[in-house]
Design a protein around this ligand. Structure first.
Ligand code: ZN
Length: 223
């Protein structure tokens, strides 16, 4: 199996984690959600999750998969390329539906029924494999999917993301704190724990806006 050197880690494995919630980091796996021609429309620019293996790199980087699990998934993807491709497509469909529901909520729109159906499909799939456990004086929900067929393991990384999404969507207090970065080539979502956060990243989008404002002011001062 290929040993990936730090510098050779694909972009999916080293995206900045600015979402503050796993499901928001999952949404932030495209370079930009904004249509460059129309700020108020969505059009994915430069999707980082270009194939199944990129999802595994991402899952590893956000600790949804251990190194050993990631190696297993890489191997399974080589063994079952069609299954891996199908799960890649399903993952993007889920991510885009989640983005749609959250941005509809942020903008005060009703939930989109088609996106609801996609999320509900993933919930059914995830919870059919989950069991409640009691140990160490705690309840935990754990997957039984390690018992199942190899092909079925390929979607393992989705389960924690689905859990994170459900937690966020069903908690009104949490949901109210989800923001959409107003960066021109961004639209990343993040959890605003301080109540004052405007940008996904001050260094990146915040700074770009500052530089632009500065230039505009300079222009108007000299004209
Ligand atoms: Zn941004």
């Amino acid at each position: 199996l290929p040993h990936v050197l730090e510098s050779e880690t694909p972009r999916a494995g080293k995206l900045p984690r600015l979402g503050g919630r796993l499901c928001l980091d999952f949404i932030n796996t495209v370079n930009s959600w904004r249509d460059p021609a129309d700020f108020d429309r969505y059009l994915i620019q430069d999707d980082v999750l270009t194939d199944y293996k990129q999802i595994v790199y991402w899952a590893r980087s956000v600790e949804v998969a251990t190194e050993t699990e990631a190696q297993t998934l890489f191997r399974l993807a080589d063994e079952y390329p069609e299954d891996a491709a199908a799960i890649h497509e399903r993952t993007l469909t889920f991510r885009n539906a989640l983005h749609r529901l959250l941005t509809d909520y942020i903008h005060g729109r009703e939930a989109d029924p088609e996106s609801m159906a996609i999320i509900n499909f993933e919930i059914a799939d995830t919870f059919s494999q989950s069991r409640l456990w009691w140990y160490d004086q705690k309840f935990t929900l754990e997957s039984l999917s390690y018992d199942t067929e190899a092909q079925e393991q390929l979607d393992e990384f989705l389960e924690p993301v689905v859990h994170s999404a459900i937690e966020l969507l069903t908690s009104p207090a949490e949901l109210k704190r989800v923001r959409e970065c107003p960066g021109e080539d961004c639209g990343w979502l993040f959890y605003d724990s301080s109540g004052r956060r405007r940008w996904c990243s001050m260094e990146d989008c915040g700074n770009a806006a500052k530089v632009r404002r500065f230039r505009e002011r300079q222009k108007s001062a000299t004209s």
